[in-house]
Write a protein that binds this ligand. Structure first.
Ligand SMILES: Cc1cc2nc3c(=O)[nH]c(=O)nc-3n(C[C@H](O)[C@H](O)[C@H](O)COP(=O)(O)O)c2cc1C
Length: 369
């Protein structure tokens, strides 16, 4: 099997005016490996550059915090909030560009799922509800989450302004686009889910109201990131509850996807594991639901390192692009190897356990060379 067996994967595509040589991108992966001060490192330059060298035309960065208030989620998470962080990321974007790739920055606010914050105490969320589940040990967490304080409208305005500034900073650092982390149980997702949003103001109640924060963050980021594409990542699952589903099912999906379309997202990135599994007790994938209501490109993520399944997602019209996380980590040369008919290495949990750090992955690779 080689490139000609996967005609859908190996065709050129476009996201927000950027031409991409094939339809395979890397998914965002938190690596909790930044230096003190939230600075991207030389090790991170090599990590990201390897994906470009391996044939991924587009890389999406790990979730990066947006302010020195409550956005940070993890110890050793990188930020994009000051000049030193911009300069550190600029060396990463240069490394990727030098290998012929493009890189988007994923902007993230952890909300109630914050496990560590260098700047402030306490956590913030739409409502004061303790998250279910336990902190992720491989991101340096342990035990139950804190109970967050409910965000005031003044704090919500500050978060929007910070996302806008972070987007401007990301463009200054040389990123080719921005992805907003609206998925996986973090702050935006907390606004959308009725399990975590009990507000009785304009952000609570109906699906349209619960999608308002996504729409406003999108508008704020678009204002800050003029000239580059801005996409939104969405999921039903949450990192603290993999079985989480949107309580309103297909109606929630319609409201959220339509809001992203109406507010001009340049792409949607749908995380659903596995991406080819139907949702809402029906026969269509979450990506297919997105395509029904969203007019731009849809990236499908979740189990897409199965090349036949990934090619099939695009061939069936469910998605325009596929993203992979664990498959790319296992083998940063995945696209080039599949194109050449070689077998890429497959993921082993030892690459991200006991810690999801780059050091741990490098040690695993050295031991299993
Ligand atoms: C080590 C690791 C870190 C991750 N960090 C992020 C992140 O920062 N932002 C995000 O949106 N998803 C994150 N994810 C989720 C992945 O992007 C992806 O949605 C998930 O792993 C399913 O895709 P896969 O089957 O290709 O691995 C992470 C996944 C892994 C394995």
């Amino acid at each position: 099997m080689s490139q000609s067996d996967y005609p859908n994967l190996f065709q050129a595509g476009e996201i927000g005016g950027l031409d991409l040589a094939c339809r395979i991108v890397t998914a965002p992966m938190t690596r909790v490996s930044a230096a003190a001060g939230g600075l991207a490192t030389g090790q991170m330059q090599a990590h990201y550059r390897a994906f470009a060298e391996g044939g991924f035309p587009l890389i999406i960065s790990e979730g990066t915090y947006t302010d020195k208030e409550h956005s940070q989620g993890y110890l050793n998470q990188p930020g994009i909030t000051d000049q030193a962080q911009i300069d550190a990321w600029a060396r990463v974007t240069e490394a990727v560009h030098g290998a012929g790739g493009r890189i988007f920055q994923q902007l993230m606010h952890a909300g109630a799922l914050s496990q560590h914050n260098d700047y402030v105490d306490g956590t913030r969320a739409p409502s004061s509800i303790q998250p279910v589940g336990e902190m992720a040990k491989n991101y340096f967490g342990d035990g139950p989450y804190q109970t967050p304080a409910a965000l005031t409208t003044g704090e919500i305005e500050k978060i929007k302004a910070a996302f806008s500034q972070a987007a401007e900073n990301a463009v200054a650092a040389g990123f080719d686009g921005i992805e907003i982390h609206g998925a996986n149980g973090y702050l935006l997702h907390q606004f959308f889910s009725t399990a975590t949003n009990r507000r009785d103001d304009a952000y609570g109640g109906s699906a349209e109201n619960r999608a308002r924060f996504h729409a406003e963050i999108l508008a704020a980021v678009k204002a800050g990131a003029s000239g580059v594409p801005v996409g939104m990542r969405l999921s039903q699952m949450a990192v603290n509850n993999f079985e989480h589903v949107w309580e309103g099912g297909a109606d929630d999906a319609r409201a959220l996807f339509s809001a992203m379309d109406a507010n001009g997202a340049d792409y949607l990135h749908i995380n659903s594991v596995p991406a080819f599994k139907p949702v809402f007790d029906g026969d269509r994938t979450l990506a297919a639901h997105a395509r029904e209501y969203f007019s731009g490109p849809v990236i499908a993520c979740g189990g897409m390192s199965d090349a036949a399944a990934a090619d099939g997602m695009i061939g069936a019209g469910d998605a325009d692009f596929v993203a992979m996380a664990r498959g790319a980590l296992a083998d940063p040369g995945w696209p080039n190897k599949i194109a050449a008919g070689d077998e890429p290495r497959t993921f082993d949990p030892g690459m991200t356990l006991p810690l999801a750090t780059l050091d741990n992955t490098e040690a695993w690779r050295a031991q299993n060379a």
